[in-house]
Design a protein around this ligand. Sequence first.
Ligand SMILES: *[C@@H]1O[C@H](CO)[C@@H](O)[C@H](O)[C@H]1NC(C)=O
Length: 273
Amino acid sequence: MKSFSGSVLIQLLVLQLLVVVSVSQSYDFFYFVQQWPGSYCDTISECCYPTTGKPASNFSIHGLWPNYNDGTYPSYCDSSNPFDPTQIADLESSLQVSWPSLSCPSSDDTSFWTHEWDKHGTCSETILDEHAYFSAALDLKNQNDLLSILNSAGILADGSFYSLSSITQAIEGGVGYTPGIDCNTDASGNSQLYQVYLCVDIFGADFIQCPVLPSDTCQSTIAFPSFSNYNNEKRPGSLLASLLLYLLSGIQLADSDPTESQVSTLIEQGVML
Ligand SMILES: *[C@@H]1O[C@H](CO)[C@@H](O)[C@H](O)[C@H]1NC(C)=O
């Protein structure tokens, strides 16, 4: 009897330890990443519109990514909880507007949402289930209108060049927190405004000052290309083109997630605070 209760006690202690370990393996904050479709499309690899049509000329969601304060991040945390479209059926039309896919080949957006949930969303599932996760991202998007904030500061998506600091300051003024700006390169080699990183508390509810920002990928002067005038979408004209696009899509999907390559070098935002 004595040894029985002793083993129960040990089992309880082991259980408690497991709980502590799994909680400490959680995450410290979210990156909420929005992308400018004009810059996604305006590269050598170009883009494909979703089957629902050309997205609005507006910033759109790339993802809501659990992250650690040291700049690293967890991924693919629970293969037993894969993306289930039926759980977000009521959000689908809003997601099509705010979280469209631009990767090739053209698809309905669910392949993009599947990737984001399986890779990132499952790492915050203890706090946000699938519906709460996508719902949080939509709410965050609607808390700030990045395009209006930039336009009000005279920064227009018309192919003009602006100083990186003027863009950072305009967003900081409008949102209240310092953004991370991520650039890519257009077909002529110009650095251009591609993504805006903002940080959010672990509940996906409120913006916070970033504990750490992604490494700087921009030149000091960057372009802000038009998307409303963009009309160079890749349209697969032949079976061969479709096949090529399909084969390339694996590469583009990897490219579309910049933290994979960037987390290795990080600027400690704490120094600047
Ligand atoms: C852009 O998105 C913001 C935030 O969701 C929204 O308030 C605004 O109306 C959108 N603007 C356009 C031009 O679609």
